[in-house]
Design a protein. Sequence first.
Length: 330
Amino acid sequence: MKIVAHKIGNKINGEGASFTNEELQLDENMSELIQNYFLSAFKSEETFQFYSDSYLTNNLIYSTVDFIFANPELLIDQSKNIGRHLYDAAENPRVQGGELFIVFFQAENENEVDKIGIFKTEKRESFLKIFPHDETMDLEKDQGISLAKIDKAALIFNKDKETGYVLSVVDNNKNGDMYYWFEDFLKVRQREDDYYHTQESLSIYKDYFTKQLPQEFEVSKVDQADFLNNTLNFFKEKEEFKLDDFAAEVLKDEHVIESFNNFKTDYEQEYQINVSEEFPISTAAVKKSQRHFKSIIKLDKNFHIYVHGDRKMISQGQDEKGKFYMIYYD
């Protein structure tokens, strides 16, 4: 592991930037600690790629990491280009300055690829130092970087160079500026892989069942909940998504199928995306999306019914006291 550290302030606030001319020299224990700190930030399987509005080589970070992969011995000089670009990217006074670490991870075996990490620390936390003296102790307050969670991180894998490489990206401290790290600095977008298609498909079905379906058809809240549950179960049980199978097993009604196809076309045009109709299902994307698939029937301010099971176990009606739901259970 080769690592270079620079200090990058906020240009808008008149803060400076200072660059080092040597790699950090770490002993084995510190090297292992720092590496675990950096790499533990990447917990999602969501991946990104560099892009440009013109030619990919015009993306400064793409061009720089491309050069580092070919010439790792020039890491120090190239890391300064990354630092200068990060300094210029701060166009919001709320963006916090901090330390910038550029790390080259050499592949350890033939099954791995070289990686370049770009990490930024921003937040400072207070901690106590304890100095024992005979029968007493002295306490001293200090500030430093917490090893619990890094603020900003990007890990670039040396593969798929032609399409913008493969990246994992994290921003845990947006400081009121959600574009600074992803767009202004890295200029990345999500890769259209299995995770992406699974995530987008679940999103479009949720929007359809909760917004469009009740506008076109007479469906109850229970029917909507049933559609959502059946959708989630389909993605959990299948290894591969095929739109025709989903239509037959979940949508079923030909009028609903036609309605959804029209909705999907409009959705893709509005958001300028293309949702595949056949792809391997990403279990990680399903797990992350399922928290947004809660089937809840809100009964004014008194009760909420969470529907997870068989549609036949719940029915609704109305009597002299008002509307009601009848729920059956074993």
